[in-house]
Design a protein around this ligand. Structure first.
Ligand SMILES: [Zn+2]
Length: 363
């Protein structure tokens, strides 16, 4: 465990991908689609339980679940090292092309204001990322305000929020994020953790080229490591290929070497781990990779399996028992220590992948 922290400047270690969640039982302004709350809609209901259980935000822990969720994160961070922080994500509503919010198709909404306040109240532990829909009429004003309020990034989940990153409707927003030098962290590839509009093709990594060509710094969440997308470089009816391979094509494109980044959150999940060896061994990629935990997901048993990673030869067998034990107490420490101990053909993820603060502070 001690080895996991060695060689790092802890004040530079920001977890670039963490979800703020709750149910809106505090003045947070969190909106949860009533369908998410209903056992009559099992898919929504299970997802909600899944998220909150993973964050250990149980009812009865002194009232508000919103507050319990934050307290739990603070406790977990308190047992890491001073200086290490989480970048907490707000979560935007779904919008239509008419620029109007569509609450019916919104699974949940974590307002920017709430993420900002949680970060402000706990400056030693949290930074925050806003989430602003580019079709909103006030998207530029909202972004300018968020920048003033020290938002470190913009978070998008295109398929769920109804954002087509390749749409000209985004251009006004792209101009603003490029001018204000705020990175956009966008999910790409298949997304199962959250539901919304089911416009999976909006998650095609190739659609982010429009943002890149506009000079936006883009972080592709999870390096698009799940699902398949159409290879539209081979025409509108191109074949479906691994989303990751489309991400890799763009990542290797010299044109984007200054503004395309990837986060390695969730890459250790069982259904994504087959891409890990390539990512670990491509040392030339490391300067543009950012570590993130995708908290609270590392707390969820079935989707992370240390045994599986050991079987792939990515983790030493002797490290297995302690990693499994740590996970029961501190999923953040588990995720961090696991990634620090990954090896593939004698190579490891570089320290720079974990020291992400400079990325967010580079104007
Ligand atoms: Zn995530």
């Amino acid at each position: 465990m001690r080895g996991a922290f060695q060689g790092l400047d802890h004040a530079q270690v920001w977890d670039s991908h963490a979800h703020l969640a709750g149910i809106g039982d505090s003045p947070s302004g969190i909106y949860l689609n009533p369908r998410m709350n209903s056992a009559l809609n099992p898919a929504h209901y299970l997802r909600r339980q899944f998220f909150l259980n993973a964050g250990c935000a149980y009812d009865g822990e002194g009232g508000s679940i919103d507050r319990a969720y934050v307290r739990r994160m603070l406790r977990l961070l308190g047992s890491l090292r001073a200086g290490m922080k989480l970048v907490l994500f707000a979560f935007e509503k779904t919008y239509g092309e008419d620029g109007k919010a569509d609450l019916d198709r919104t699974a949940f909404h974590i307002p920017d204001g709430y993420a900002r306040e949680v970060a402000r109240e706990n400056p030693a532990f949290f930074e925050w990322a806003c989430s602003i829909h580019p079709y909103r009429r006030d998207c530029v004003e909202a972004l300018e305000q968020a920048k003033k309020d020290n938002a470190r990034a913009v978070k998008w989940l295109p398929a769920s929020m109804g954002i087509d990153p390749a749409s000209p409707l985004c251009d006004r927003f792209y101009e603003a994020v490029a001018r204000l030098r705020i990175p956009v962290i966008s999910h790409a590839g298949e997304e199962r953790a959250v539901i919304g509009t089911d416009l999976q093709e909006y998650g095609n990594p190739l659609r982010l080229r429009r943002a890149l060509d506009a000079g936006v710094r883009v972080v592709v969440a999870h390096c698009a490591s799940m699902g398949e997308d159409r290879d539209t470089d081979k025409g509108p009816n191109g074949p479906f290929v691994d989303s990751f391979s489309l991400f890799a094509r763009m990542f290797d494109d010299k044109k984007y070497e200054k503004n395309l980044f990837g986060d390695i959150s969730a890459l250790t999940q069982t259904n994504r781990a087959r891409f890990l060896p390539g990512v670990i061994e491509r040392e030339d990629w490391h300067p543009r990779l950012l570590n993130g935990s995708d908290y609270p997901l590392p707390g969820i048993m079935p989707i992370f399996s240390v045994r599986y990673l050991v079987s792939l030869g990515l983790v030493q067998e002797s490290a297995g028992p302690i990693l499994r034990e740590v996970r029961e107490y501190n999923p953040l420490l588990f995720d961090f220590a696991l990634k620090r101990h990954l090896r593939s053909n004698g190579k490891a993820l570089s320290n720079s992948v974990f020291e992400t603060r400079k990325f967010f502070e580079t104007a």
